[in-house]
Ligand binder design. Structure first.
Ligand code: ZN
Length: 335
């Protein structure tokens, strides 16, 4: 497979290029090595290579350079892989039905918490469309909360599996939802940070949302990565280790995302499309330990995440992941 081709990028929120470099290619390559080392130490001897690969494979196209927008703080790749390259990465063939069912079960507990939070912001029942519904874990959790849930996903193969679980899923992207459909909520829990054009998705969400409908996105917190990244090169070994731990446990080391949104950049982006942010919820990544994880590493992860979650719930700026809930503003009629 030929390597990706690149083009120069700009801030998609402020549409200019005024930015500071926060990681050069060598820094990011060092992060990839550090990530391998981190996981190798924590996995049992004899762990199949593909299970190790799962933890680092998403970094196969590590960013060339990461920059931070001087205005809104958005972290982005500059240069960036051309769009069709990313589409190829995400439309690739998925795992077996057995593995998908296991993923569904594994993801369910975390998505129950998200369904509960969304239901609480909505204030009443109604319909929700999940963009990037994948194995249907959120659809199941939303249904348990009394919501009527549908999904849309570009991965037609996985969609067949999710339909076999009894859920309505559309093939394609958000703007392929047929005209005339409308929902009380649109959720993007997983893919917003990878989209080539997040603004298009926000506008498409506004189109299918009823007035006052809720839009929620869950993203890696660019501000958290931006704050911890410099500590990876700290002269204090403990500080270095702690920064690596917090980034690695949250899939932030090597920054395998296209966009590192901050609360500020999301408020700006959503505001321009007619949304008002009503709640920001700080969180940590779901557990990454599995049957191959050494017992001490499992305990370490649980401890680290409990502490990080405690802090994240109280201060979303110190959260590795953030969920931003916004309402579509009511259209005022001219008198
Ligand atoms: Zn910006």
């Amino acid at each position: 497979m030929p390597g990706p081709s690149y083009e120069f990028a700009h801030c998609i929120v402020c549409s200019h290029t005024d930015a500071e470099v926060i990681a050069e290619h060598d820094d990011l390559r060092a992060e990839v090595e550090s990530l391998w080392e981190f996981h190798e130490k924590r996995l049992r001897t004899g762990t199949p290579t593909d299970r190790l690969m799962d933890r680092v494979a998403f970094s196969e196209h590590a960013p060339v350079r990461l920059v931070r927008c001087s205005d809104c703080g958005l972290i982005y790749r500059n240069p960036v892989e051309r769009t069709h390259e990313l589409d190829e990465i995400y439309a690739r063939e998925g795992p077996s039905p057995g593995a998908l069912r296991a993923l569904h079960e594994t993801q369910l507990p975390a998505l129950r918490a998200q369904a509960k939070a969304l239901r609480s912001v909505m204030g009443r029942g109604g319909s929700v469309l999940e963009v990037g519904s994948y194995v249907g874990a959120f659809l199941a959790a939303a249904r348990e909360r009394g919501l009527s849930a549908e999904g849309v996903d570009i991965n037609a193969g996985v969609n067949c599996f999710t339909r076999s679980m009894g859920f309505a899923v559309h093939d394609g992207e958000l703007d392929s939802i047929e005209r005339g459909r409308s929902f009380d909520a649109v959720a993007i829990w997983n893919t917003f940070d990878q989209l080539a054009d997040p603004r298009r998705a926000v506008n498409a969400a506004a189109k299918v949302l009823r007035p006052n409908g809720v839009f929620v996105v869950r993203v890696p917190n660019g501000a958290f990565y931006g704050r911890l990244r410099p500590l990876l090169a700290s002269s204090h070994p403990l500080q270095r280790a702690a920064a690596r731990e917090m980034l690695a446990q949250n899939n932030l080391l090597t920054f395998p995302y296209r966009w590192g949104f901050t609360e500020r950049s999301l408020r700006a982006l959503l505001g321009e499309s007619g949304f008002e942010v009503v709640q920001v919820r700080g969180d940590v990544l779901v557990p990454i330990a599995d049957e191959w994880t050494r017992p001490w590493a499992r305990a370490e992860e649980m401890g680290a995440k409990a502490l990080m979650r405690f802090i994240a719930r109280r201060s979303s700026t110190h959260a590795p992941w953030i969920e931003v809930y916004a309402r579509r503003r009511l259209v005022r009629l001219e008198s």
